[in-house]
Design a binder for this molecule. Structure first.
Ligand SMILES: Nc1ncnc2c1ncn2[C@@H]1O[C@H](COP(=O)(O)OP(=O)(O)OP(=O)(O)O)[C@@H](O)[C@H]1O
Length: 273
């Protein structure tokens, strides 16, 4: 269970996230939505402390994450795997090496850089690629892949970290609708099969509604909505997005609509003014 207690972030004159208090149970798939500049990325990046909170506290199973330093902080970052909009892979390296770089924390920097991975680790990485339908390109140079394939490789790399939480910062913003669906399907499958908590920032409302157990809506650094897809009415969504509502409502995916989440209702809607 991840708990935010009045967690806040200020950049000079901008309060990007105003004191946020929420609890994310293990195994939940959470989508953070809101217009540009609402504070979504800042909130997400405070979880792995890529953005250092300015105030408040964050606890994971009762452990104070905001107080971690040095190796403990590196270990926490390893436990929070992150998937980025631009994939953050090394294009000139082969796919398998990129995936195995997710073992950096377990393996040690020097031997990782020297490519000294055991047969067991290689097999582990290939199994992760296989889950993402990408084992067949394991030895291919990464920059020959499509965006959707690269994002699946990035998810495989995140998986070999053996994380407790998967963070995804706009994971489909650079992808076409079909690849966006493949990537979201993969994140949802990992969430459901492994019971892994997934927290992702999403630009399109439909994606959040289709895939997430719980949706958190942000506006000007404030959590203004916290509830399920069903509870997020069009009216509530329009209030969250304001002038960007039409863009947010536009279809992200052209292919088959997925069945809605079959998990129990995960949260009580909360409207905060
Ligand atoms: N490193 C930074 N330095 C100064 N201000 C920042 C920094 N990062 C974010 N901000 C500001 O904090 C606010 C929230 O930004 P954030 O990136 O979290 O929003 P967002 O909802 O993720 O937006 P987008 O959807 O456009 O990525 C914005 O006003 C932004 O300009």
């Amino acid at each position: 269970m991840l708990e935010f207690k009045g967690l806040t972030k200020q950049f000079r004159d901008t309060i990007a996230v105003k004191p946020a208090t929420l609890t994310i149970p293990d195994g939940q798939m959470v989508g953070i939505i809101g217009r540009s500049g609402a504070g979504k990325s800042t909130l997400l990046r405070m979880i792995n402390r890529l953005n250092e909170p300015s105030g408040g506290q964050m606890l994971f199973h009762g452990r104070d994450i905001t107080a971690l330093k040095g190796r403990e902080l590196r270990q926490w970052r390893n436990e929070c795997a992150m998937v980025f909009q631009q994939f953050n892979l090394v294009g000139r390296l082969d796919v398998l090496t990129n995936v195995m770089s997710g073992r950096l924390f377990h393996h040690g920097f020097i031997s990782s850089m020297a490519g000294m991975f055991s047969a067991k680790e290689r097999a582990f990485a290939i199994r992760a690629l296989d889950r993402l339908g990408m084992a067949h390109v394991a030895l291919q140079q990464t920059d020959t892949l499509s965006g959707g394939q690269m994002q699946r490789v990035a998810i495989a790399r995140a998986l070999v970290q053996e994380p407790r939480i998967m963070l995804a910062d706009e994971p489909i913003a650079s992808l076409d609708p079909l690849n966006a669906k493949v990537v979201m399907d993969a994140l949802r499958a990992i969430n459901q099969e492994d019971g892994l908590t997934v927290v992702c920032n999403l630009h399109t409302l439909d994606t959040a509604r289709q895939y997430c157990d719980r949706i958190i809506g942000m506006q000007d650094g404030v959590i203004v909505f916290d509830g399920t897809a069903k509870q997020l009415t069009d009216k509530a969504a329009r209030e969250i997005y304001g002038a960007e509502a039409e863009e947010a409502f536009s279809e992200a995916m052209t292919s088959t609509t997925l069945r809605p989440s079959d998990k129990p209702e995960a949260a009580t809607p909360r409207v905060v003014n």
